[in-house]
Design a protein around this ligand. Structure first.
Ligand code: NAD
Length: 354
């Protein structure tokens, strides 16, 4: 039994899940239930039309959320919210849009409903991020959790296939690191394993047929569970590296996770056997082959497997290594600068693992 001692405390927002739940009654019912009558609607541009269905409850629409939540955008939206006498927000989009709603909750105390349209999982966490003068700060505060999360797989039908695949593997990364986290519990492990299974079975179907309703529901279900894992545990080397790579080399969030995860899984294999076991079982391979099989899975689904493909500069890798060794973080296997440089060089080249 891998959890002889643990403390389990899982807080998680109310979830309304269902195909059409953002388009049909359930989202409006949630607004009524929470008595949100003057709402600011934050949306990725492709989902702005949902605001029309909520009629006169919506007193403002903002579609300019940007990756990593720049403070000048937050300033603009706080001004708009004050001007319109806004009482709450509805955030429809990926991690960037939900990140903006979190910043408003933190800054102005505005509660919100999250309607996620990617698999990033931010809606399940109390983690916020803000970028000021190129520097990204993150923290935890219960005030940034949404009052309700409305998961509507219909909204993900338009998520382009490459983004669906990388965002799904981003979610798998949360589950993988939860399986070797120092604060993992048997319940979190069940959620993580189920999340990996749901995403591994649904992503190939989505890659072949992006409009498959069943697979879209399955992937969003897996992403929800992965988001719970992200919130419940302390992430390790993988998330640290992706955070530094994104910030230092300005790389896209989900693709960076996709490229790096097999390398970290291989690096931590001996020290985090539960993660390898769960991946191997979902991918139906031997445990020792799990990291390589995960990389092959990404390749089969057309995802990038090298940092070079993402436009990274090789000469920027040493800065990432420096950041990663200077900030304390949890990882089942001790890490030094030489290990990290080797790992990042392999990820840069997309070298086959194993
Ligand atoms: P994103 O929100 O930046 O979206 C990526 C692109 O996809 C955007 O252009 C968006 O408009 C488009 N898009 C989103 N949903 C779509 C859909 N259904 N159909 C068509 N287009 C769609 O990307 P992301 O990966 O979801 O989020 C990344 C950001 O979230 C990063 O800044 C990351 O740090 C943050 N994040 C935070 C947490 C947390 O717990 N705080 C967790 C995960 C990610």
């Amino acid at each position: 039994f891998p959890y002889p001692e643990f403390v389990h405390s899982l807080e998680s927002p109310r979830v309304v899940f269902g195909f059409g739940s953002a388009r049909l009654g359930p989202l409006a019912e949630e607004l009524d239930r929470l008595e949100f009558t003057r709402v600011l609607f934050l949306a990725a541009p492709e989902h702005a039309e949902i605001a029309q269905r909520l009629a006169d409850r919506v007193v403002g629409v903002f579609t300019e959320a940007r990756m990593h939540v720049p403070v000048d955008v937050v300033d603009d939206v706080v001004e708009l919210a004050t001007e319109r006498g806004v009482q709450a927000c509805v955030a429809v989009g990926g991690g960037s849009t939900i990140g903006l709603a979190k910043a408003l909750a933190l800054r102005a105390g505005l509660p919100y409903i999250a309607v996620p349209t990617t698999y990033a999982g931010s809606e399940m966490t109390t983690i916020w991020g803000l970028t000021d003068s190129g520097l990204k700060r993150t923290g935890r505060d219960p005030i940034v959790a949404p009052r309700t999360v409305v998961y509507d797989p219909e909204l993900t039908l338009s998520l382009p296939t490459p983004m669906s695949v990388t965002s799904g593997i981003n979610a798998i990364a949360h589950a993988v690191e939860a399986l070797y986290a120092p604060d993992g519990t048997p319940i979190v492990a069940l959620l993580a394993e189920e999340s990996i299974r749901a995403l591994v079975r649904s992503l190939p179907v989505i890659a072949a047929k992006p409009t498959d309703h069943g697979a879209r529901g399955d992937a969003l279900y897996g992403a929800w569970l992965a988001g719970i894992c992200l919130n419940a545990t302390t992430m390790g080397l993988h998330h640290k590296l992706c955070h530094s790579l994104g910030g230092t080399l300005d790389l896209p969030h989900a693709s960076t996770h996709t490229v790096v995860l097999p390398h970290v899984l291989a690096f931590n294999a001996q020290h985090g056997p539960n993660a390898v076991r769960a991946m191997a079982s979902a991918l139906q391979v031997e445990e020792r082959d799990a990291p390589r099989a995960l990389q092959a899975f990404a390749t089969r689904l057309g995802a990038p497997i090298s940092l070079a493909e993402l436009g990274a500069r090789r000469d920027g890798l040493s800065e990432v290594v420096e950041q990663a060794v200077n900030v304390p973080y949890s990882n089942p296997r001790p890490v030094d600068a030489a290990d990290l440089m080797a790992l990042l060089n392999a990820a840069y080249d997309g070298r086959v693992i194993g």
